[in-house]
Ligand binder design. Structure first.
Ligand SMILES: [Zn+2]
Length: 77
């Protein structure tokens, strides 16, 4: 799969800092959608939408600790 990388300059990382980084976007014909964010401080935010409508969201701080992101796969039904 060929993804798209888009730089950003001022976004809030999971650790709370406002930093720059890269968005990484990818999808395929089956409906999989990947939207990952890589922050310059080392934090990551991962969002994967699957063809059945389920969404996996994960935020990982630059120190390796997982972060509760305010919403999860069972939220918003
Ligand atoms: Zn961070």
């Amino acid at each position: 799969m060929a993804g798209t990388r888009i730089s950003f300059t001022d976004e809030q990382a999971p650790c709370g800092k406002t930093v720059g980084g890269d968005h990484f976007l990818d999808d395929d014909d089956d409906g999989l959608l990947i939207r990952d964010e890589y922050y310059s401080c080392g934090c990551r935010r991962i969002r994967h939408e699957y063809h059945d409508g389920s969404i996996q969201v994960r935020a990982i701080r630059h120190d390796g600790k997982p972060v509760k992101d305010g919403y999860g796969p069972d939220h918003g039904c």
